[in-house]
Design a protein around this ligand. Sequence first.
Ligand SMILES: Cc1cc2nc3c(=O)[nH]c(=O)nc-3n(C[C@H](O)[C@H](O)[C@H](O)COP(=O)(O)O)c2cc1C
Length: 215
Amino acid sequence: MDLFEAIKNRRSIRSFEDRPVPEDLIKKIIEAGQWAPSACNRQDWKFIIIDSKEVKEKLLKGTTAYFVGKAPLLILVVYSNRTDNLEYKDHLLSAAMAIQNMQLAAYASGLGSCCVNNLPIKSGLRKILNIPRHYDPVSLICFGYPRVVPKPLRRKEQLTEIISWNSFNFKDDFPAIDLKLQVKRIIRYIYYRLPASLKKLLDPVARKFEKRFDK
Ligand SMILES: Cc1cc2nc3c(=O)[nH]c(=O)nc-3n(C[C@H](O)[C@H](O)[C@H](O)COP(=O)(O)O)c2cc1C
């Protein structure tokens, strides 16, 4: 498959067929992640495949992402946070590079995928999956054969609108104090700390929100 075709047509998939992902394909996807660039060539990623029903149930209690429970394959990408470059948080960037490789490899192999960061609070996730403090959970990726494939998304801006030469020559019209954003951050902070029972009450709201991205 042409790489540009894959980059442009991959969509986040939230509806999967029941059939499992064969093990050789799982390995191929993780290998694609392993070939990503990483800061100082540290390659400090680890890939946790989640197939235990019990672990899945614990995860599901802490997320309102409606499709996670139905995804045949879940892989949590973690990366060592023992970086000296906290300025650019390069461990997160390295993990993100691996994730994009994995999503493109999945697409090229006929699989769908979706990143999920609507997860249990990090400390909770560490407990569920026994992740030591030197590794940061970066994202959970759901994989499976797509049941519904949304149409390619349009880009919000023309290329010329997002390029400038030699300086940041764009409109920066965000308000100095953005109350709406502050409120959203507070809500998100509280949301992550809600007990599972209360989080479940928010399921319909989250579903509506995520369905919006499926268009
Ligand atoms: C870091 C990151 C976190 C995301 N978290 C979620 C999530 O929690 N739930 C979800 O449904 N989609 C999630 N997504 C998927 C985005 O909603 C999706 O990439 C975006 O709407 C663009 O659609 P596309 O991937 O089909 O191009 C996430 C994507 C990224 C990159």
